[in-house]
Design a protein. Structure first.
Lengths: 107, 386
C-alpha cells in the first residue's frame, strides 16, 4: 500500500483521464483501471524515493493557514520563494499537502 | 530550478514504463489485449505532453513526443482518383434515380437487406470516394480523410479543419451535374441502417518510417453511424494519433474495436432514452417546467407529483447556495476559499516544527506544480512565520 496522494498531480490526473476514456470505450473494466491506479501509487512513490535527487529550499513570507488532520498536513503559504542553488521561482500563494513520510516507506 | 525540472520528464517516463510493465499481467488475467495496454500508454503520454507541465527539455529521439501532423490527403493524387470514382458514382446515381430512386442498383443490391459485409472491392466497382472529416482536430493534426465506399456520396457534415474536403465535395457535386445534369442524392440516408459499410481511413506514414506512402485502414460500421454522423465524434484526433505509431493491421483492429464499443454504447444510451419515454408521454422535463401545460391537463395527479419533485430539486439547489445555518459554518467556507490556488505541492513530511510563530518544514518526495509547470524534489526544507 502506497500513498494515493500523488494521483492528484499532473501525471496522476492524466492517467485517470486516460483510464476513464478506456472505460468509456469499453476497452477495460473499472476494476482493471483500479488495479492500474494502485500500481501507479507504487510506481510514483518508488520513483520519487529512488530517482529524484533535487533539493529545494523555500522561504515563505507568511504561513497563512495550517491544518493537521488524519496525519496529513495542509499548509497555505504566501509569498514563497523556492530556491535550487542559484535559481528560484517565486509565487504569491502555494498549497502544500503532505503525508507522513515515516509511514510512507512501506512500499 | 533546472535540476528538479529536467528530472521531471525522466521520472514521469520511468513511472509510465513501470506502471505499464507491472499491469501487463493484470491485463492478461482479464483477457484484455496488449494493444489496449499500448494504447493506454500512448493516451497517457499524449495527455501528459498536452498538459504543458513538462514541455521543457524534451528528449531528442524519443518517439511519440510530437506526433507528425497528419497530412491532409494529397490533393493531386486523390483528386484524380476521386474524380474518376465520382464520375462513376454520379452516373450510378443518375441511373438509380431513373430506376425509381429508392432501390439500390447493381452488385450491391443483393446484400442490401442482409447484414453481410460489403467487401471494399465489390463496393468499389460502382462506388465512389467521399470524404468526411473527423471532428475535434486538435493538437495541430490536420484533416483525416474517410473514404466511404458506397454508391453515392453520403451527406457531409464537415467540421473544423475540413475546408479542403468541402471543396472536394463541391467538386464532386459539380462533376455530377455536368455528366448527368442532376446532383447526386445522399444515398446513405436511404440505406438500411443495419447494413455494414466499409470505411477507409487514410493515415500518413508512421513516425520514423522511411516509407512515405500513406496507409489506408478499413473499418466496418453500420450505415446508421454514417447517417447520424457518429463517426466524426468517435474518431477524435487523439485516438488517431494514438494509433498512428501502430502497424497497419494492429491500428485497424484497435480502431475497429473503438468504433464498435463507442457505437454500442451510443445505441445502448439511445435504447435507454427510448425506454424512459415509455413511462408516460407527459413525463418529459420540458413539459414539467411549463406550468401552463400542467394546468391545462385535467387528470394531472402524476404531474403534480412530478412538480413536487421538481420543486424539491429547486429547493435543494437553493440549499446548496445557502445551506441551513450556513452562518455557523464560517470557517469551512473560508478554508475552501483559502485553500484554493493553482500552485500545489504534493509531498511527504519528515517533520514540521513550530517555536512560537516560527515554523520549519522538512519535506521530501514532492511533486510541485507552479505556474503550470511541474517540478520534483527529493528534499525540500523551508520556513515561514505564522
Amino acid at each position: 500500500m502506497s500513498y494515493q496522494l500523488y494521483r492528484n498531480t499532473t501525471l496522476g490526473n492524466t492517467l485517470q483521464e486516460s483510464l476513464d476514456e478506456l472505460i468509456q470505450y469499453g476497452q477495460i473494466t473499472p476494476a482493471l483501471a483500479f488495479k492500474v491506479l494502485l500500481q501507479f501509487d507504487k510506481s510514483i512513490n518508488n520513483a520519487l524515493n529512488q530517482r529524484v535527487k533535487a533539493r529545494v529550499t523555500f522561504k515563505a513570507g507568511k504561513l497563512n493557514t495550517y491544518r493537521f488532520c488524519d496525519n496529513v498536513w495542509t499548509l497555505m503559504l504566501n509569498d514563497v520563494e523556492f530556491r535550487e542553488v542559484h535559481e528560484f521561482v517565486k509565487v504569491d500563494k502555494v498549497k502544500i499537502v503532505a503525508c507522513d513520510g515515516k509511514s510512507g516507506d512501506f512500499n | 530550478m533546472a535540476l528538479c525540472q529536467t528530472s521531471v520528464l525522466k521520472v514521469y517516463h520511468a513511472v509510465i514504463e513501470d506502471v505499464i510493465n507491472n499491469v501487463r499481467d493484470a491485463f492478461l488475467d482479464e483477457g484484455v489485449d496488449e494493444q489496449v495496454l499500448q494504447e493506454m500508454k500512448q493516451i497517457w503520454r499524449n495527455k501528459l505532453l498536452a498538459s504543458k507541465a513538462v514541455e521543457l527539455n524534451p528528449e531528442p529521439g524519443e518517439p511519440g513526443h510530437h506526433p507528425p501532423p497528419i497530412v491532409a490527403n494529397n490533393p493531386k493524387s486523390s483528386k484524380a482518383a476521386n474524380a474518376k470514382a465520382k464520375k462513376a458514382a454520379a452516373a450510378a446515381a443518375a441511373s438509380q434515380q431513373s430506376n425509381g430512386g429508392g432501390s439500390t442498383a447493381g452488385s450491391i443490391n443483393s446484400s442490401t437487406d442482409s447484414n453481410k459485409l460489403v467487401s471494399p472491392s465489390i463496393a468499389g466497382k460502382s462506388g465512389n470516394a467521399v470524404a468526411a472529416a473527423g471532428s475535434g482536430m486538435k493538437n495541430g493534426i490536420g484533416a483525416i480523410k474517410q473514404e466511404v465506399t458506397s454508391q453515392n456520396p453520403p451527406p457531409l457534415h464537415p467540421t473544423g479543419g475540413a475546408t479542403m474536403l468541402q471543396k472536394q465535395q463541391a467538386a464532386a457535386g459539380g462533376g455530377g451535374s455536368t455528366s448527368s445534369g442532376q446532383t447526386p442524392i445522399p444515398i446513405v440516408a436511404q440505406l438500411d441502417p443495419n447494413r455494414i459499410m466499409p470505411v477507409n481511413i487514410t493515415l500518413p506514414s508512421p513516425p520514423g518510417s522511411t516509407n512515405p506512402e500513406s496507409r489506408v485502414l478499413t473499418i466496418q460500421v453500420p450505415a446508421s453511424a454514417l447517417q447520424e454522423n457518429q463517426l466524426t465524434q468517435i474518431l477524435t484526433a487523439h485516438l488517431i494519433s494514438s494509433i498512428m505509431s501502430l502497424p497497419t493491421t494492429l491500428a485497424s483492429s484497435v480502431l475497429q474495436q473503438h468504433v464498435n464499443a463507442a457505437l454500442s454504447n451510443a445505441n445502448h444510451q439511445k435504447n435507454l432514452a427510448i425506454a424512459k419515454q415509455l413511462d408516460g408521454a407527459l413525463d418529459s422535463s420540458e413539459e414539467d417546467e411549463s406550468e401552463e401545460s400542467d394546468d391545462n391537463i385535467d387528470n394531472d395527479d402524476d404531474d403534480d407529483l412530478d412538480k413536487d419533485d421538481d420543486d424539491d430539486a429547486e429547493h435543494e439547489d437553493a440549499a446548496e447556495e445557502e445551506p441551513l445555518n450556513s452562518e455557523d459554518d464560517v470557517t469551512d467556507e473560508d478554508s475552501a476559499e483559502v485553500f484554493d490556488t493553482d500552485n500545489v505541492i504534493v509531498c511527504q513530511y519528515d517533520k514540521i516544527t513550530r517555536s512560537r510563530n516560527k515554523w520549519k518544514f522538512y519535506l521530501k518526495d514532492g511533486i510541485m506544480n507552479m505556474r503550470g509547470k511541474d517540478y520534483v524534489f527529493q528534499k525540500s526544507n523551508g520556513d515561514a512565520e505564522w
